[in-house]
Design a protein around this ligand. Sequence first.
Ligand code: ADP
Length: 248
Amino acid sequence: MTHPTPIVVDTGTAAHPPVGRPEAVVDLAQVTRSYPGGFTALQGVNLRIHAGELLAIVGPSGSGKSTMLHIMGTLDRPTTGRVVIAGHDLASLTDRRLSALRARHIGFVFQAFHLVPGMSARDNVAEGLLYSGLSRAQRRRRAQTALARVGLADRADHRPHQLSGGQKQRVAIARALAGEPDLLLADEPTGALDSATGQTVLALLHELNRQGTTIAVITHDTQIADSLPRQVRIRDGRVVADTRNPSA
Ligand code: ADP
């Protein structure tokens, strides 16, 4: 598959979107990632994610999911190949601009919620906006709005130990959403939850997607993958299937 260069007139900076409309939120072209010692965890991955999608990146342990998450999340760079996030080619960015791009365009949700103990849900969410340039009052207002989006407006003053596992994950989702990212990357978001609670978190992701958020769920769980409208299967560092499930 060939990937034409996106037609983008980029007069912006990493912190501000380029002028013109990027083709895709994520565009990976022939991406490889080799680790020291010579092991190649990604072997020529092509993947495009468009605005408004909800997809699973699914594969067994060791297939390269985390490596791909790190590259899509701009936490790591490929060994070879091209990575374009929201119209920005990573190769042309310094590490500083890459961090700015990440803060502006990507939200992360992990299996372990990574909330700061002893800090209210609202302040945990506001932490996600620390480098946004917003004032403290603005950050707290945005945090309150994000908590309302995940159904936790009335839990804003609760500390993590006063919240259930599902509620903690919803706070983590609110934190990821507060900056209004172009892409939400959710790494095994239900992995630490019982199955009923996991279902409610998945239902929330569906709802956020209906409201316009682009979401990639990284999972080893084929049942979760089956419940999402698009499924990208990876195995031994390659995309082996990319299917759509309109009924999901
Ligand atoms: P997954 O998330 O699907 O379990 P990973 O992306 O973590 O897979 O790993 C893919 C492969 O790359 C595995 O075989 C793993 O052992 C290897 N790998 C991951 N990180 C490193 C590293 N830092 N150094 C060497 N090999 C690594």
